[in-house]
Design a protein around this ligand. Structure first.
Ligand code: MN
Ligand code: MN
Length: 393
C-alpha cells in the first residue's frame, strides 16, 4: 500500500480518488468493489502520466464456457487489445474430463496450476508422446501438432495455456469429431478401408469439446506398442529446477536452453517475498504476457515520451507489457507473490536498470541524474535483483 493509497483509504472506509491537494470524493455511481481492488487505478501515483493502453484483464471478466467435462475461458486480443503477440486460456478438466483430440495454428505452452493430467501428442515425423503432468509442470505443443489433455487423480486438473498469437480463439480449433462430422461417410470408408455404413454416429462436436470421460489406467498402459517417441519431450518439470534465489525472491526460467521443444515461448516463474519487488527492468526481445498465481501486486510501466501507468493484479489476472517498455512488479500484500512471465521467443532475456547503471562509467551516470552519492554507492554493492544478469540471454 502506497502513501497516496493510505490517504485515499482514510476518507471513511470507502476509498476516494484523492491525493493531497488533488482530486475529490466520488459520490457515485461507482463500483466500489473494483475501486478497492484497484487502488493504483483510483489514485494513480503522481508519477503516472499519459495514455498507455490497458495492461490488465482478469479471467474473472472473461466468458466462461461450461461443458460436461469441465470449463474454459480465454483472454485474447479481443479481451485485452494490446496483447497482439500472445493469448491465454484457463481450463479446468474434472476427474476423467477430456479436452478433445485437436490441433490449431498457434503453438500451445502450458503451466499446470492444479492437480494432474495426461497429455498426448503426435508430431509430423509420426512419433508419439504421452505423459502425466502435475502442478508446476509445463508442456509445449508446436503449431499444428495434434494433442489431447485429460484430468486424472481424485479431482482432475486446472491449467493455464499460452498461445504465440494474440488472435488465437479456442472456439476455432481443429476438432477430430468436427472433421468426422463434416466428411462424407463414403470418403471415411475409403480412407479407413471399411464400409461407409460404419460411419454416421459421430457425436456433435459441441458435445465433445470438453467431455466427461473415464480416468485411464497407469501411464504405462497408454503406451502405443511399436511407436517411436518424440526426441524432445513436450513436457518439462519446472519445479525440479533449482530456482535462482535472491533476497527478494526466486525465479525459475524455462526456454530452449533447458526445454528445447518450447521454440516460440520462453517463460519465468517468479516469486516475490512480501515487501519485495521484481526490480526495474525491460526485455530487449519481446512483449511480456503475465499470469498472476497468488498474492497481490502492482506493476508500474514506463512507455517512453513521459508516459507511465500503474496497475494492480491479483490471482487470476493477466498483465501485459509491450515490447521494450520499462517496468517493475511490487508485492504489495502480506503473502508471497507468484506470477508467470511469458515471451514469444526461444530465449528468455532481460536488462535491469541497476545492472545497466552499475556497468556504465559512474561519472557518466552521475551527469544524467544528479544522484545522491549514496545511490551510486548502493549500485556498486548491488541491490539483489530477482533475475541476476548472469542468466542465459
Ligand atoms: Mn490445444
Ligand atoms: Mn518483465
Amino acid at each position: 500500500m502506497t502513501a497516496t493509497n493510505a490517504v485515499a483509504q482514510s476518507v471513511g472506509s470507502i476509498p476516494q480518488p484523492i491525493r493531497p491537494g488533488h482530486g475529490g470524493t466520488d459520490p457515485g455511481p461507482r463500483n466500489v468493489m473494483r475501486d478497492i481492488q484497484n487502488p493504483d487505478m483510483l489514485v494513480p501515483p503522481a508519477t503516472d502520466s499519459g495514455t498507455l493502453p490497458n495492461l490488465r484483464f482478469s479471467f474473472s471478466d472473461a466468458h466462461m464456457r461450461l461443458e460436461s467435462g469441465g470449463w474454459t475461458r480465454q483472454v485474447t486480443v479481443r479481451e485485452l487489445g494490446i496483447s497482439k503477440a500472445m493469448a491465454g486460456v484457463n481450463m479446468r478438466l474434472n476427474r476423467g474430463g477430456v479436452r478433445e483430440l485437436h490441433w490449431h495454428k498457434a503453438a500451445e505452452w502450458a503451466y499446470m496450476l492444479y492437480g494432474t493430467a495426461r497429455i498426448t501428442a503426435v508430431d509430423a515425423q509420426g512419433r508419439n508422446f504421452v505423459d502425466d503432468v502435475s502442478t508446476g509442470d509445463l508442456w509445449y505443443f508446436p503449431s499444428g501438432v495434434p494433442h489431447s489433455i485429460q484430468g486424472l487423480g481424485s479431482d482432475g486438473c486446472e491449467f493455464l495455456l499460452v498461445f504465440d498469437d494474440g488472435e488465437f480463439d479456442e472456439d476455432n480449433t481443429f476438432l477430430i469429431s468436427d472433421w468426422f462430422k463434416h466428411t462424407p461417410p463414403e470418403v471415411l470408408g475409403k480412407n479407413f478401408g471399411v464400409p461407409a455404413a460404419l460411419f454416421g454416429h459421430t457425436p456433435d462436436p459441441s458435445a465433445r469439446y470438453i467431455f466427461a470421460g473415464t480416468v485411464p489406467g497407469p501411464l504405462s498402459s497408454d503406451r502405443i506398442a511399436g511407436a517411436a517417441s518424440v526426441t524432445q519431450p513436450f513436457s518439462h518439470r519446472l519445479m525440479a529446477q533449482e530456482p535462482i534465489r535472491t533476497t527478494s525472491g526466486t525465479v525459475r526460467i524455462a526456454d530452449t536452453s533447458n526445454f528445447p521443444a518450447s521454440t516460440t515461448i520462453a517463460a519465468a516463474l517468479v516469486e516475490v517475498v512480501p515487501g519485495g519487488m521484481r526490480e526495474l527492468h525491460w526485455h530487449p526481445n519481446a512483449d511480456e504476457w503475465q499470469y498472476y498465481i497468488e498474492g497481490e501486486a502492482r506493476m508500474g510501466v514506463f512507455g517512453a515520451s513521459g508516459q507511465a501507468r500503474t496497475f494492480d493484479y491479483r490471482a487470476g489476472d493477466v498483465g501485459y507489457v509491450p515490447f521494450a517498455m520499462g517496468h517493475y512488479v511490487e508485492n504489495i500484500g502480506t503473502t508471497p507473490l507468484r506470477f508467470l512471465e511469458m515471451f514469444k521467443s526461444s530465449r528468455y532475456a532481460d536488462l535491469s536498470l541497476d545492472t545497466w547503471m552499475a556497468l556504465t562509467p559512474p561519472e557518466l551516470v552521475e551527469a544524467h541524474l544528479n544522484l545522491d552519492p549514496q545511490v551510486m554507492g548502493a549500485l556498486r554493492k548491488k541491490v539483489a535483483p530477482i533475475v541476476p544478469a548472469t542468466n542465459p540471454t
